[in-house]
Design a protein around this ligand. Sequence first.
Ligand SMILES: [Zn+2]
Length: 146
Amino acid sequence: MFNKKEYGIQYYQDNKEKRKEYNRQYKKANKEMVQEYGIQYYQDNKEKILFRKYGITLEERDRMILEQDNKCARCHLPFEGNGRGKPLTPVVDHDHSYSEGDPNSVRAILHNKCNLMVGWHNDSIEELKLSIDYLKKTSKLALTND
Ligand SMILES: [Zn+2]
């Protein structure tokens, strides 16, 4: 007998790659529009997204920024602008080992760029040390500053 649900699952499996490729091409062809939509979506749903991801309200986030004297907790330079996508705008830094929406996961407010850097090291001091060691070995600037 024809099973609609099973057919749907099979169809999804069979066309997963095709759809992924279509989405990739669409995003590429409409890069600016997709980006703008993302920024607008974030603006319109900021409060909801913040609460769902970190379990804090917009007021709590803004209070943290004030408590940090409007400066990034990583590099101690001031935030610039608001919203999303710019390197110096404030973003919530959180510990990924907590479950989504747990306010205990929130560590501090960082620059978007600083948050990305911390993230690229997987919150790992060991990973960061590897980068420091590498720079010490290879960078002229690091050698003269050491
Ligand atoms: Zn920073």
